[in-house]
Design a protein around this ligand. Structure first.
Ligand code: CUA
Length: 174
């Protein structure tokens, strides 16, 4: 091995060690956490009860008129596959994963979060116009990642109260 080659190699290994040390040190001193919300949940039992039980998934209207959409991500689907929300209304998304890290992103909005097993991701937004937003899984999660899509349908405000609870969490025409 030529001497210059050896020096470059040493320099590269040195830099890698330095970067790794910075990551480890900042994780320990700055308490790095998943973005958006530090709220833990047991991914093994979340389907058995509580807010992420199957009957609680989808869109719910809060007493103050705001909307909460609860969605569970798993390989390779969002459950429910589609939620309906109203325009000009405060919306809170609450998401969690049962298996690996997924990503939740609504194009042209501020909604973009990782969905990490063991944590509840919470994102608040307000839609300014009706429309159909397709949401791709935004974090590589395995062989079926490219097929992991779902939808958010934003309807005009007066139409929303007329929707039955089952229609709010389904895009099937009824
Ligand atoms: Cu889920 Cu990629």
């Amino acid at each position: 091995m030529a001497r210059t080659e050896k020096r470059w190699l040493l320099l590269m290994v040195g830099l890698l060690t330095l970067f790794m040390a910075i990551v480890v040190a900042s994780t320990m001193t700055s308490a790095l956490h998943p973005p958006s919300n530090v709220e833990t949940i047991d991914p093994v039992t979340l389907h058995l009860g509580g807010e992420f039980a199957e009957s609680n998934l989808g869109t719910a209207q809060e007493p103050d008129g705001s909307l909460t959409a609860r969605i569970v991500a798993d390989q390779y689907a969002f459950v429910p596959y589609c939620v309906k929300l109203a325009v000009d209304t405060p919306v809170k998304f609450r998401l969690t994963s049962v298996d690996v890290v997924h990503g939740f992103l609504l194009p042209a909005t501020n909604v973009n979060t990782m969905v990490v097993p063991g944590y509840v991701a919470e994102v608040r937004t307000r839609f300014t116009r009706p429309g159909v937003y397709s949401m791709p899984c935004n974090e590589f999660c395995g062989n079926g990642h490219h097929g992991m899509w779902a939808r958010v349908i934003v309807v005009p405000k007066p139409e929303f109260p007329a929707l039955a609870p089952t229609e709010r969490s389904s895009c099937v025409q009824q």
